[in-house]
Design a protein around this ligand. Sequence first.
Ligand code: 5GP
Ligand code: MG
Length: 180
Amino acid sequence: MHGDIAEVLFSAQDIHKRVQALGRQISNDLAGREAVVLALLKGSVLFFSDLVRSIDAPVKVDFAWASSYGSGTTSSGQIHLKVFPEGDLRGRTVVVVDDILDTGRTLDTVVRRIREEHGATDVRTCVLLDKQARRSVDIRADYTGFPVDDVFVVGYGLDYADRYRNLPYIGVLKPECYQS
Ligand code: 5GP
Ligand code: MG
């Protein structure tokens, strides 16, 4: 597993520090208001579980699963919400958490639906990584952990073919591991 990583970009300690800072920023902005923190499965679960523990404000948690009908290392662009949030989001403040903002299509679609179909009034977005160079939809996250170059990364929840999510750090996957 570790041998498939070309370079470690963010160590477990880098991630921990940054997530604590994001939690403080979100707590300040919420100013005591209750929010629903919504994790996009599966990629954001590790980030999400650390993030909610760093938020010092009342929160509820919920989950959604967006898939992009893709395989390999690029998304197909067609976003499909496979699992819907369970709770009632009407009139609520929602913080949508995803692992990485790439083309922006996933987050853009989810935010739109949470607002328009689920009736949330205040929707904010929090991503651990931002791959700005690949953006095709005009969307910026309200909270970003780290910017990353246009490389394929795995670890701390991010996968390739559902593997590597359990790496405690984030690293660049060696191209020979996904080019067959
Ligand atoms: P978007 O809709 O912004 O193009 O895609 C976001 C999704 O693509 C992320 O939630 C993630 O699942 C996947 N993705 C984009 N870049 C990477 C990457 O470098 N590594 C991994 N593991 N997934 C990525
Ligand atoms: Mg994802």
